[in-house]
Ligand binder design. Structure first.
Ligand code: 5AD
Ligand code: SF4
Length: 347
């Protein structure tokens, strides 16, 4: 597929042609990597962040946020739940912190989790930009996948979404993603969809960027406005929620057609726009879901966007709701497997 083909796909408007696109992408997924969906228990272990992304509810300057950091026992309890319930993997996600105290703590936790589960649980990290040495240390301690979204592959748009300063350098973000590959991780990146100032051409270029970076995993979701962020002032420029959902699903389908054997997440943000948004993404070619394992008392403090679903649920309820929905939709779960990216395994 070339750029024009992708633009054409993302511009499809007739319901029949859109349905056919989703069906084609889903069929290609099944023939390339099978029809199972893999679950990653998502543990949002800290909302402390040194960054000030204009779109994010837990940005540094949002004083309204109650900052927290789970202690080791709380993290291990969440891991234990994921492990005992047959989730093959967990994702440890946090805001960005670079102190030696923070990076050393993650290293220690990784060793502890691997020892506790007898290396049964796969660990994905999503803790932002770090030095090559830190990425290396965490990989050696047992993390084998890393998520670091580029947010948009267009440098100009990137600086409309982030302050133009050293802490938010587009080039540094790119180098960090490249470094992750060098250190041996399965590398995941992604973008937000339906941002103010974003065009279909930007999105087509995002998909080509993923291909050129030869990524193993992608997590893309609709942008959702948050009233305590600077980007909120541009909300009049946003496509309708319905359009953002449709565009997000088309992005999933187009990426599946472009990269048949990677892991593609059906992200939680989709669920904000439609209760079955994640299941719809699975039928458009996604194969990963990340149910929230964060303890209920911390969930209201990890609102990167507003109206996040399941804020008052606990891990067991998030799990049973999701599994019930997947079961009803006829989707099979890959229990107890790491569900690694076959793209990575085939290199
Ligand atoms: N809407 C949608 N996604 C968001 N993220 C942050 N803020 C928002 C928002 N307002 C996404 C970013 C980040 C990921 C953890 O959450 O893409 O990388
Ligand atoms: Fe921090 Fe990530 Fe939010 Fe940016 S998107 S402010 S890095 S938590």
């Amino acid at each position: 597929m070339n750029r024009n083909d992708i633009i054409e796909i993302l511009s499809l408007s007739g319901p029949d042609s859109i349905t056919a696109l989703y069906a084609k992408a889903n069929a290609l997924k099944i023939s390339a990597i099978g029809n199972k969906v893999y679950l990653r228990g998502l543990i949002e272990f800290s909302n402390i962040c040194c960054k000030n992304c204009y779109y994010c509810g837990i940005r540094r300057d949002n004083q309204a946020v109650n900052r927290y950091e789970l202690n080791d026992k709380e993290i291990l309890t969440a891991v234990d739940f994921a492990w005992k319930n047959g989730y093959g993997s967990v994702v440890l996600q946090s805001g960005e912190q670079q102190s030696a105290h923070f990076t050393g703590r993650i290293t220690r936790l990784l060793h502890e989790i691997k020892a506790y589960t007898g290396n049964e649980i796969g660990i994905t990290l999503s803790c932002g930009e770090q030095t090559a040495a830190t990425y290396k240390e965490w990989f050696q301690a047992g993390a084998h996948r890393y998520l670091l979204r580029i947010e948009t592959s267009d440098k100009e748009l990137y600086y409309r979404l982030h302050p133009n300063d050293e802490k938010h350098s587009f080039d540094a973000r790119l180098s960090a993603i490249r470094q992750l590959r060098i250190e041996g991780y399965q590398v995941g990146t992604g973008v937000m969809i339906g941002l103010p100032f974003q065009t279909i051409e930007h999105l087509a270029d995002d998909l080509l960027f993923f291909q050129s970076m030869d990524i193993d995993m992608a997590g893309m979701g609709p942008y959702l406005e948050h009233s305590q962020t600077p980007l909120y002032q541009y909300r009049h420029l946003l496509p309708s929620p319905k359009k953002r959902l449709e565009l997000s699903l088309k992005m999933v389908a187009a990426l599946r057609l472009l990269m048949p054997d990677i892991n593609i997440a059906a992200t939680t943000a989709l669920q904000v726009l439609h209760p079955a948004g994640r299941e719809m993404a699975v039928f458009a070619g996604a194969n990963i879901i990340m149910p929230n394992m964060t303890l209920p008392e911390f969930r209201p403090d990890y609102l990167i966007y507003e109206h996040k679903p399941g804020v008052s649920d606990d891990a067991a309820l998030s799990k049973s709701k999701l599994e019930q929905n997947l079961y009803c939709a006829g989707i099979t779960i890959g229990y107890g497997e790491w569900g690694d990216s076959q793209h990575f395994m085939c290199v």
